[in-house]
Ligand binder design. Structure first.
Ligand code: IMP
Ligand code: MG
Length: 173
């Protein structure tokens, strides 16, 4: 295993996740929001976050897909499991592990819009504000980090390290 430097310890993440959940609970009041998790990076965060939200929520997932179209690679997102919730008129809360360029979030907004939700907001565990390439509005941010590659708590490096219970950086990449 490569050397890893601790960046955000587990107890600090847990405290912040509880704060985010408290704020979400206040903001959505009597509604039943639909959490839309962006796989796979969201998985640990969404599991912890939803258990601290004090009202009913529904949960759906999308997964990024990349396919070759003519000469370019095009990114897309697929709604998983047939997407069992009708989103029309519903309050949607996108749940991300990390926002980097902002492309995934922008793409997801475009996919959700024709489904006519009442609102669409974003909660992300990590944000890299210095890396945004598109204008994104992130209502809830756990931690802002620099333009560095981070792993753990669901985030991967070549599909590994998602199971680390903390956020760290790889030292020799
Ligand atoms: P964006 O579309 O550029 O905002 O990228 C978001 C996606 O890139 C995330 O869902 C992650 O899968 C991946 N990603 C970006 N930065 C990191 C990182 O530092 N560690 C792990 N995955 C990352
Ligand atoms: Mg990845």
């Amino acid at each position: 295993m490569k050397p890893i430097e601790l960046m955000l310890p587990q107890d600090q993440i847990n405290r912040r996740v509880r704060e985010l959940a408290r704020q979400i609970t206040l903001d959505y009041g009597g509604e039943t929001p639909v959490l839309v998790g962006v796989l796979k990076g969201c998985m640990v965060f969404i599991a912890d976050l939803m258990r601290h939200i004090k009202m009913p929520v529904q949960v759906e997932f999308v997964a990024p897909t990349s396919y070759k179209k003519a000469v370019r690679n095009e990114d897309d997102l697929t709604f998983l499991g047939g997407f069992s919730t009708e989103l029309k008129g519903r309050h949607v809360l996108i749940v991300e592990g990390v926002v980097d360029s902002g492309r995934t979030i922008t793409l997801l907004h475009a996919k959700l819009k024709p489904l006519e939700p009442a609102s669409v907001e974003v909660v992300t565990l990590l944000d890299k504000p210095g890396s945004h390439r598109t204008k994104v509005h992130l209502k809830y941010v756990g931690f802002s980090v620099g333009n560095e590659f981070v792993i753990g708590f669901g985030l991967d490096n070549t599909q590994k390290y998602r199971n680390l219970p903390f956020i760290g950086r790889l030292l020799d990449t």
